[in-house]
Write a protein that binds this ligand. Structure first.
Ligand code: SAH
Length: 259
C-alpha cells in the first residue's frame, strides 16, 4: 500500500464550511493527526485512528504524520481554517525540510480551507476589500519586538490588519499592548472588528472604534480586524453596520494620523 499525507483546513468551525474536497480526504483517511480539539471535530468511524495532541507539539505531530505515511497509511493532518495560515502545512514542510530524505518522495498535498479572517470579514461586509495583511500576535515563535515592528509598518503602509491569536492564557497582555501601539499610529475612529467563534453557536461579532477597543473583549477564538484609513461603516436601520474597505485608494496618507 502506498501511503499519503494530506494537510487540510477544517474552516472556522461549522461543518458546512468544510469543503467537499476536504470531506472526501477525511472519508478516505486511515489516520487523523492534529491538535486534539480539531481532531475531535471529525466524526469517529471504524478504520479511522485518531492521534490528537497538545497545541505546542507541531513538529512532533508532523514527524508522526510523516512516519505513518511512510509506513503506507493514508494520513490526514487537520488544522482549523486554512492549513497554510499559521497552521500545520508549514510545520509539516519544516519537518520534511529537516527530516528523513525519504520523506521528500512521499505523496504530500495541501487542501485549502476557509481562514478565520475570510469568515470574519464576510460577517460584517468586506473589510478586506483592499490591500491587507495578517499578523499572528503570538510571540511563542517570534520575539515581541518583531510583532510591534510589523504592526508599525502595517500602519505606515495603511494595510487593513487581521490579528490572529490575539490572546491566550499564557499570553494575556499582548493584545492590550498592540492596541495601545495602534492608537498612536492609526486614527481613533478606525473601525476594529472583534469576531469570536465565527460560524459556531457561540459566535459574537462586534465592530467598535479603535478609541473604544478593549483587549478583554477577545479570547482564544477571536480574530481581530483593524481597518485602514479608508475602511468605513454603512449604518443600517435596526442592525449592525456594514464594514467595508473600498476597492480603490489614493496616495497613502501619512502614518501617525491622530485627527
Ligand atoms: N489556520 C487558522 C488559524 C489558526 S491560528 C485559520 O486559517 O483560520 C488560531 C486563531 O485563528 C485563533 O486564535 C483566532 O484568532 C482565529 N480563529 C480560528 N477560528 C476562529 C473562529 N471560528 N472565529 C474567529 N477566529 C478564529
Amino acid at each position: 500500500m502506498t501511503g499519503s499525507l494530506i494537510i487540510v483546513g477544517l474552516g472556522p468551525g461549522a461543518a458546512r464550511l468544510v469543503t467537499p474536497e476536504v470531506s472526501e480526504a477525511l472519508g478516505a483517511a486511515t489516520d487523523l493527526v492534529g491538535y486534539g480539539p480539531y481532531v475531535a471535530r471529525v466524526p469517529e468511524r471504524p478504520g479511522l485512528a485518531r492521534h490528537g495532541s497538545d497545541n505546542r507539539e507541531e513538529l512532533d505531530r508532523s514527524r508522526l504524520a510523516l512516519t505513518l505515511a511512510a509506513e503506507g497509511r493514508r494520513v490526514v493532518v487537520v488544522s482549523s481554517g486554512d492549513p497554510g495560515v499559521f497552521a500545520m502545512a508549514a510545520a509539516v514542510l519544516e519537518a520534511i525540510d529537516a527530516g528523513d530524505p525519504a520523506w521528500r518522495a512521499l505523496d504530500v498535498k495541501v487542501l485549502p480551507g476557509i481562514s478565520a479572517m475570510m469568515a470574519a470579514a464576510a460577517r460584517v461586509g468586506a473589510p478586506l476589500g483592499h490591500d491587507f495583511c495578517a499578523i499572528n500576535l503570538s510571540d511563542n515563535l517570534k520575539p515581541w519586538e518583531l510583532v510591534e515592528k510589523r504592526l508599525r509598518l502595517a500602519a505606515e503602509a495603511d494595510f487593513v490588519t487581521a490579528l490572529y491569536n490575539p490572546v491566550s492564557k499564557a499570553r494575556p497582555w499582548q493584545l492590550g499592548r498592540a492596541l495601545e501601539l495602534l492608537r498612536t499610529l492609526r486614527a481613533p475612529d478606525t473601525p476594529v472588528i472583534f469576531a469570536t467563534a465565527v460560524s459556531e453557536a457561540s459566535e459574537r461579532v462586534d465592530t467598535v472604534m479603535l478609541r473604544d477597543a478593549v483587549a478583554e473583549r477577545a479570547d482564544m477564538r477571536t480574530l481581530v480586524i483593524v481597518g485602514s484609513s479608508q475602511t468605513r461603516l454603512i449604518a443600517r436601520p435596526g442592525g449592525a453596520p456594514f464594514v467595508y474597505t473600498p476597492r480603490s485608494a489614493s496616495a497613502a496618507p501619512a502614518a501617525g494620523a491622530s485627527s
